[in-house]
Design a protein around this ligand. Structure first.
Ligand code: GLA
Length: 413
């Protein structure tokens, strides 16, 4: 072979490797959307003293009904995930996990059937240790049985936590659990907390090429709490970690910055706009965690803004890149569909102000990879209004109000 052919062959295999590095179980081709109990309800097992924070069958069925009746399902919200604290304290005599008999009196297959009857999908939780983070029975020593049990219950999504185990165990356990999930032959979206524990509990650098080869999504930062500082911290972390995280992120494998806390009475409207916009720009999962009966009209319209969801669910699944326009204003830029012809992508620009002062900034969209010489039309995502057309040289001057975001989508003309 002459040297050109050798180079060509090598390049071919490098491209092939690039293409197969994300888990290809056909699932989560766009980031999962849905609802998860933990962020708002947390453990939810003290129903006598805290009836409004009770994680039980009635709650889950009511979330299903709200998704089905109130437009969430049509907007793309699909998975309903029961987090920690759902089981009895002991396995049964066959070693199988048993749902809490008081809170889930009809068992998980009943809930799963109800969820599926509405065209929605069912998610559950376990941990790779012998107990969960809240000390309920965990899956260590039972990976095969538990994977099979989840499959029999019709689970479509499993969140697998990583509390209380040593680093070496994390690095084998997630691969093994994934193997048992595959063996069930049921398509189950696999959410791992593997990199979070590697980085923040064991102070090591996660091997994202391995994580993305085995998981559909993965947590890599601290838990969200129902407070603005927690959201602000997550946004800042993703900005700092962008150059590591974007590389292993795309259809089938997603970085997971944790749940949305919109609807929990802990964010203002503008702070809610920030969390949803940044998550959409990141191509992050959109998992609500709130009492669905308390969502305000405004929050509902925000969560169901289809222009925003189109950014979040874009099939290219690119993670937006952050640029510091000034110390106070970060500009997140994301390339996405639709394209004009087969040449010119659309782009979204989010100007994020995490501070308690208004700032006026100017930026030139044409400096961020736009190429159509015919220009672009600018849409304000929150109002749906078309603001103006711009050329590649034009700048946009805009005031970003305190703790708020301006979000534009630009379509090639
Ligand atoms: C960990 C996870 C949370 C939640 C709890 C449950 O803290 O990161 O998302 O699942 O465990 O105990």
């Amino acid at each position: 072979m002459n040297s050109f052919k050798v180079l060509f062959t090598l390049a071919f295999f490098v491209c092939l490797l690039e293409r197969v590095k994300l888990l290809d179980n056909g699932l989560a081709r766009t980031p999962p959307m849905g609802w998860m109990s933990w962020g708002y309800y947390m453990c939810g097992d003290n129903c006598l003293d805290q009836p409004h924070k009770c994680l039980d069958e009635e709650l889950i069925l009511s979330v299903v009904d709200t998704f089905y009746n109130d437009g969430y399902q049509e907007a793309g919200y699909e998975y309903i995930v029961i987090d920690d604290c759902w089981s009895e304290r002991e396995r049964d005599s066959d070693g199988r996990l048993v749902p809490d008999r008081n809170r889930f009196p009809h068992g998980m297959k009943f809930i799963s059937d109800y969820i599926h009857s509405k065209g929605l999908k069912f998610g559950m939780y376990t941990n790779v240790a012998n107990i969960t983070c809240m000390h309920y029975p965990g899956s260590r020593g039972y990976f095969g049985i538990d994977a099979m049990t989840f499959a029999e219950w019709g689970v479509d999504y499993i969140k697998v936590d990583g509390c209380f185990v040593e680093e070496s165990f994390l690095n084998t356990a997630y691969i093994k659990f994934g193997h048992y999930l595959n063996k069930t032959e049921r398509p189950i979206v696999y959410s791992c907390s593997w990199p979070y524990y590697i980085e923040f509990k064991h102070n090591k650098t996660p091997d994202y090429s391995k994580v993305s080869a085995h998981c559909n999504l993965w947590r890599n930062y601290h838990d969200v709490y129902t407070s603005w500082p927690s959201v602000r911290d997550i946004v800042n972390h993703y900005k700092m970690a962008y150059s590591t995280l974007y590389q292993h992120h795309g259809p089938g494998g997603w970085n997971d910055p944790d749940m949305l806390i919109i609807g929990t009475e802990s964010l203002t409207e503008s702070q809610s706009r920030i969390q949803l916009s940044v998550f959409a720009m990141l191509s992050a999962p959109l998992l609500l965690s709130c009492d669905m009966t308390k969502i305000t009209e405004y929050e509902r319209s925000l969560l169901q803004n289809l222009d925003l969801i189109a950014i979040a669910q874009d099939p290219l699944g690119i993670m937006a890149q952050p640029y510091e326009l000034t110390y106070f204003i970060t500009l997140w830029v994301k390339k996405h569909l639709p394209m004009k012809g087969d040449k010119y992508h659309s782009f979204s620009f989010a100007l994020v102000n995490l501070y308690r002062r208004n700032f006026t900034v100017s930026f030139t969209p044409g400096s961020y990879g736009l190429q159509s010489k015919d220009g672009y039309t600018v849409m304000d995502v929150f109002t749906g209004n078309y603001l103006r057309n711009i050329t590649l040289e034009d700048s946009i001057i805009v005031t970003v109000p305190f703790e708020d975001v301006i979000l534009y989508t630009l379509y090639a003309l």
